[in-house]
Design a protein around this ligand. Structure first.
Ligand SMILES: [Zn+2]
Length: 266
């Protein structure tokens, strides 16, 4: 049996990540039922997490929120066949494509409740808001509990790590706006997609990293450097913490394309 040790972070939120950098799974004790936020990659651990949650609270899961389509947040959906699975329409569309391709053997359960923009759940004096921002992926959303000042960011935050920003649908401008939106909510606690439990500080530093990187790439593009030249340029920041070289190169490729598109529009 897989042993897991979830942590109680607020009055309503419990959280678990199997290692320092792996994706978080969380649940919200929503008084009369439980709400899962993201479902992880390791199905056995997600099963254990569900058992733990239902035993500890004596309540059952009714709903699951998926912050974005990536496999390390969605493979565990098959542990929640009996629940309503909520995501943005864009996340459902992207996940449906993956289920036809790379995620074919993963038994993913597609979201059966979708929305665009914002979605709210209310139970007694507790509220869960899901806010679509795009950024890390098209359709990315974060989860906000106003009464507890808590935000579950999905992969809009990689705490003190260089984020995975190489998705084909990444948009750094929308990502920066998403981080600002979360900062403006002045959360007391921030549960990231990856990395340690955080606060507003990590949101600000992630935003800084993205703003800085976009600006440097924009400047070099203005000077007509090719993407290959940009990737080799000493002006490109080399993050000294946790840089995954492959992720970083994918990021520069994608940001270059997004900036190019944006300039065309003008
Ligand atoms: Zn992701």
């Amino acid at each position: 049996m897989t042993k897991i040790n979830p942590l109680k972070l607020t009055e309503s939120i419990w959280d678990y990540a199997s290692s320092e950098k792996s994706s978080h799974i969380s649940f919200i004790d929503f008084d009369s039922y439980l709400v899962m936020v993201d479902t992880g990659m390791d199905v056995e651990k997600t099963k254990e997490f569900r058992k733990f949650a239902e035993k500890t609270t004596d309540r059952i899961f009714q709903k699951v929120i998926i912050t974005h389509y990536h496999g390390n947040h969605t493979f565990g959906t098959n542990v929640f066949k009996d629940c309503e699975i909520i995501s943005t329409q864009a996340t459902r569309d992207l996940l449906a494509q993956e289920v036809e391709g790379d995620y074919k053997d993963k038994n993913i359960i597609l979201p059966n409740k979708t929305f665009s923009g914002e979605y709210e759940l209310k139970e007694g004096n507790k509220t869960i808001k899901i806010i679509e921002t795009n950024g890390h992926t098209k359709g990315s959303a974060f989860v906000y509990l106003p009464e507890e000042g808590a935000i579950l960011t999905g992969d809009l935050l990689f705490a003190d790590m260089f984020p995975f920003a190489g998705d084909p649908t990444v948009n750094p401008y929308e990502w920066i706006d998403a981080l600002q939106k979360m900062i403006d909510l002045k959360p007391n606690i921030v549960i990231p997609g990856h990395g340690h439990i955080s606060s507003i500080t990590e949101l600000k530093s992630q935003k800084k990293v993205l703003v800085n990187l976009v600006k440097i790439i924009e400047d070099m593009m203005t000077q007509k450097l090719s993407v290959q030249e940009i990737k080799k340029s000493p002006r490109l920041p080399r993050y000294d913490h946790d840089v995954n070289e492959r992720w970083f190169n994918m990021t520069v490729d994608r940001f270059y394309e997004v900036i190019k598109e944006k300039r065309k529009e003008k």
